[in-house]
Each structure stands twice: as structure tokens, then as C-alpha cells.
Design a protein around this ligand. Structure first.
Ligand SMILES: CC(C)(COP(=O)(O)OP(=O)(O)OC[C@H]1O[C@@H](n2cnc3c(N)ncnc32)[C@H](O)[C@@H]1OP(=O)(O)O)[C@@H](O)C(=O)NCCC(=O)NCCS
Length: 259
């Protein structure tokens, strides 16, 4: 989440991740190093070194160019880079409603009645989605996909978040986005288009309609992130006027005792 990386200069907080521990059947911990974090690389390494988790998922700004080498020196863990995440954002204050790019699709706010549609969409959209979990051969692809589906389902039922769906002319859900709200603005946590409807401009319409909706709710900024190799979605954001804010490295630190 964007709030993990902005405006928390003093925080170096290693947390157990119950949801991931339960899913993968190993102890999983997480640590997110914010952009303005004051801790030195060696302090970060010390905290990682003391973690007893089977898997520690560490995210830190890519600008910490020396940290990877220091992590490789932790003797009781295997450390490897699992992905690079890029964060983009767009100022929504100047958004004005324009005629939609397509008459064929409409944006609706999903409710709990749409749960099966959202789950079905998440399952096909994220089936082969490259992410940091996929870089770790010890984690099952099925459980990884189950995690995305659970994320979409929990998000739909979370009153502090909002899920929108793009429906086609027959009211079939063909794309969705899960949006969360915070001090910094809104963030798209998950989004995607059904494979049968890709390359037809559905995603560009989703972005356009969602930005108009959020602007009308006085949301000033919209954030989104993805893995750097996901060029298709990044191109769509650039076309929609988003700009690059920062990038993060995701490392997996695997306890040598657990392998
Ligand atoms: C990435 C993703 C959301 C894009 O969705 P999409 O609906 O295919 O996107 P669009 O159709 O708007 O744009 C895709 C391409 O189709 C082109 N296109 C748009 N309208 C078109 C049309 N009518 N006919 C042909 N091509 C068209 C676009 O120009 C774009 O081409 P480009 O990549 O060369 O610029 C989709 O591939 C997806 O769900 N991927 C898996 C999950 C994922 O990556 N989610 C994002 C995580 S952050």
C-alpha cells in the first residue's frame, strides 16, 4: 500500500503476516522500508537478520542500491530479488467528465451480490500474473492464485474500500478494480480485464471512468503500482496521464533452516 512507503521516516517495522503464513503453511513476515526512512542499510540488515520467520518479504526503495549486497551477506538466510515494483500516480483535480471511449461498457459499483463475478474475474485475470511470489519456487502457484482471489473477495466486502466493475452490453462483468482510500488519496489495489476482452480498450475505459468517479468524490490523487515487466498496463497508465513516482525492490529472505 502507498501508505507503507510515504510519510513514515522513522518506521522500521517488521510484522508477522498471519494471512500469508496461513496460506502457505510457513511463517511469513513482512517489512516495508518507506521512501524517507532514516534507518541505515545496516540497521535494516540487522532487523532482517533477527527475524525468525521462514520467509521474510522485504520491500525497500530501489534507490538503496547497496542494500542487496548487504542482504546477501546474512549468513542464516538466502536472499534474492523477487520483483521490482513501480508506483505511478495521477492528480485528479483537473479531471473533467468526457464522453466515454465506448458506448458498449458501463462502470458500476460492485456490491456483495457481485462476489461470484469478482471472484471469477480475479481467478482468470491473475492466473499467470507475474508477481514476487512466483519468483519463489517454494510457493505453490495454486496457493498464490488463491491469495489474489481472497484479496479481491475480502476487498469487495470491506466497507472502507470500493470495487468497481465494467459491464458489457449483456451486463456481464468483464473487468474490475479494487480501490482503497487513505490520507494520500486513492489507490487501485487490484485490477484487470477478462482475457477474452483484452486489447479492445476496456482497461483504458475502466481507468477513464474510474478517474471521473473518484474526482467527483473529491479524491485528489490516484496511485497504482505493478511489476516493472508489466509493460502493457504501464503503457495504459502513461496514455491516461499517470507519471512515475518511485520504484521498490521486493526481496525474499528465506531462512536456511526452512529449506
Ligand atoms: C493489463 C490489462 C489490464 C490491459 O487490459 P486491456 O483491456 O487489454 O487494455 P486496453 O485494451 O485498454 O489496452 C491494451 C492494448 O490494446 C490496444 N487497444 C485499445 N483499443 C483497441 C481496439 N479497439 N482494438 C485493438 N487494440 C486496441 C491499446 O492501444 C493497447 O495497446 P498497447 O499495449 O500497444 O498500447 C490486462 O491485460 C490484464 O488484465 N492483465 C492481467 C492482469 C494485470 O496485469 N493487471 C494489472 C495489474 S496492475
Amino acid at each position: 500500500m502507498i501508505s507503507d512507503f510515504l510519510g513514515k521516516p522513522a518506521d522500521l517495522n517488521l510484522k508477522q503476516s498471519k494471512i500469508e503464513s496461513d496460506r502457505f503453511g510457513i511463517s511469513v513476515a513482512r517489512m516495508s522500508v518507506s521512501i524517507d526512512c532514516l534507518a541505515t542499510d545496516l540497521e535494516i540488515v540487522r532487523v532482517c537478520n533477527e527475524s525468525s520467520a521462514d520467509l521474510l518479504i522485504l520491500r525497500f526503495p530501489s534507490s538503496r542500491t547497496q542494500l542487496a549486497r548487504e542482504l546477501a551477506g546474512i549468513s542464516n538466510k538466502i536472499a534474492f530479488q523477487a520483483d521490482t515494483l513501480v508506483y505511478f500516480s495521477k492528480d485528479l483535480r483537473s479531471i473533467v467528465e468526457r464522453r466515454s471511449t465506448s458506448e458498449n461498457w458501463k462502470l458500476v459499483t460492485a456490491t456483495s451480490k457481485d462476489e461470484s463475478s469478482v471472484i471469477d474475474l480475479a481467478r482468470v485475470v491473475f492466473r499467470d500474473y507475474p508477481n514476487h511470489y512466483q519468483s519463489n519456487r517454494a510457493l505453490s502457484s495454486k496457493l498464490i492464485l488463491d491469495g489474489y482471489v481472497e484479496w479481491a473477495s475480502k476487498g469487495l466486502n470491506d466497507p472502507e474500500k470500493s470495487t468497481v466493475i465494467i459491464e458489457d452490453q449483456n451486463s456481464n462483468a468483464i473487468a474490475f478494480a479494487l480501490v482503497t482510500f487513505g490520507e494520500e488519496g486513492a489507490e487501485i489495489e487490484l485490477n484487470g480485464v477478462h482475457p477474452d476482452f483484452q486489447n479492445q480498450g476496456v482497461y483504458s475505459s475502466l481507468l477513464e471512468l474510474l478517474m471521473v468517479k473518484l474526482a467527483s468524490q473529491n479524491v485528489e490523487k490516484l496511485f497504482i503500482s505493478t511489476q516493472i515487466q508489466n509493460t502493457k498496463v504501464i503503457k495504459a497508465w502513461i496514455k491516461a496521464g499517470f507519471t512515475l513516482d518511485f520504484s521498490l525492490n521486493t526481496f525474499h529472505l528465506v531462512s536456511r533452516q526452512s529449506v
